[in-house]
Write a protein that binds this ligand. Structure first.
Ligand code: ADP
Ligand code: TRP
Length: 321
């Protein structure tokens, strides 16, 4: 089975990204042939700052490796290093109905948040479909917000196969229901673009500041509270050891849960949880040459996998003579 997912180099990695995508991808090294990549062409739809994009691309690589991705057991590369993907995206765009893209929530959400409504932003799901179909991936681990994009990919694959003959594997998404949407500080979906994140690789002071900013209600300590609707509890439960989580749950239900204390505990847990990765990342970012080598070797492997699919597509549609 081929498992594939990508992440945009568009800001600091947060715990939503970790539970929704990066963690499952890293665990999937055991399950099949793994394709992990950094989608810098997608990021261009929102980041138009060359230094930032270029820096964040290497930082995203460091994030992945620090959290345990082993480049010897997967194919790991930067999207733009495989130019075949843009040719495929164009061909796919010619079989993609406008209505399919017009229904995409992500485009509407991004425009509502102030991102310029460019053609690239509108066509974003077609490039994502090309990412997935070029490598004939079976499974795409993502957070819930990306489900619709994988559905669009499926629709495009089916349309192409019906029009030109069996060409692409029709992929499925893999969404872990327990962490499909990690809440942010304010209870909305945690997202870089909402400014409500808990970054994984940040300094101790900033981490504390973010955790202390988790929004909670103003019920008195003794009052019984519903843990499942509490934003703090829903973040805390992702990290706390099972026995301690039971104790805290009891405090919520029976009275006695002190938000400030739970937050301070969460800061310590988070700091320890990512300690090893943080230390590894600090070393990795000091060696950009190493990161670039890994990514270039990955791109060669990815291109070798992409080439036969693109050739088949060219033959199927007739861009050969
Ligand atoms: P962001 O919304 O912060 O910009 P991205 O769009 O870069 O995040 O998402 C990268 C990956 O992380 C995607 O697979 C996405 O589904 C997942 N993801 C992002 N935010 C969350 C979240 N709050 N909960 C679960 N998964 C998430
Ligand atoms: N759209 C995804 C996101 O914002 C990133 C992405 C691009 C992707 N191409 C992909 C994810 C292919 C999975 C597979 O998070």
């Amino acid at each position: 089975m081929r498992i594939l997912s990508g992440i945009q180099p568009s800001g600091q990695l947060h715990i939503g990204n970790y539970f929704g995508m990066m963690g499952p991808m890293i665990r999937n090294m055991e399950r099949g042939e793994l394709y992990a990549f950094i989608v810098n062409l997608h990021a261009l739809t929102s980041v138009q700052d060359r230094e930032r994009l270029s820096r964040d691309t290497l930082e995203a690589a460091a994030d992945f490796l620090a959290l345990g991705l082993d480049p010897d057991r997967c194919i790991f590369w930067v999207q733009s290093d495989v130019p075949e993907v843009t040719e495929l995206a164009w061909v796919l765009s010619t079989v993609t109905p406008m209505g399919l893209l017009e229904r995409c929530h992500s485009y509407k959400d991004k425009v509502a948040k102030g991102i310029a409504p460019s053609h690239g932003l509108f066509a974003y799901p077609v490039l994502m479909a090309a990412d997935i179909l070029l490598y004939q991936a079976h499974l795409v681990p993502v957070g819930k917000d990306q489900k619709q994009h994988v559905e669009v990919t499926r629709d495009i694959a089916i349309k192409f196969n019906n029009t030109f003959g069996e060409t692409f594997v029709v992929p499925g998404e893999a969404i872990d229901d327990s962490v499909a949407t990690v809440p942010g500080l304010d209870g909305q979906k945690m997202s870089k673009s909402y400014g409500n994140t808990i970054p994984i690789f940040t300094g101790a002071k900033e981490l504390k500041k973010r955790v202390m900013a988790i929004v909670t209600d103003s019920k008195p300590v003794e009052e019984s509270k519903d843990p499942d609707t509490c934003n703090l509890y829903n973040i805390y439960k992702l990290f706390a050891p099972a026995a301690r989580l039971r104790e805290v749950r009891d405090l919520y239900v029976n009275g006695g849960a002190m938000y400030g204390k739970i937050k301070l505990e969460l800061v310590d847990i988070l700091w320890e949880y990512f300690r090893e990765a943080r230390e590894k990342r600090e070393q990795l970012v000091q060696d950009p040459g190493y990161l670039k080598d890994i990514l270039r070797q990955g791109a060669e492997k990815a291109r070798a996998k992409a080439a036969p699919t693109l050739q088949l597509v060219r033959e199927r549609v007739g861009i050969v003579y």
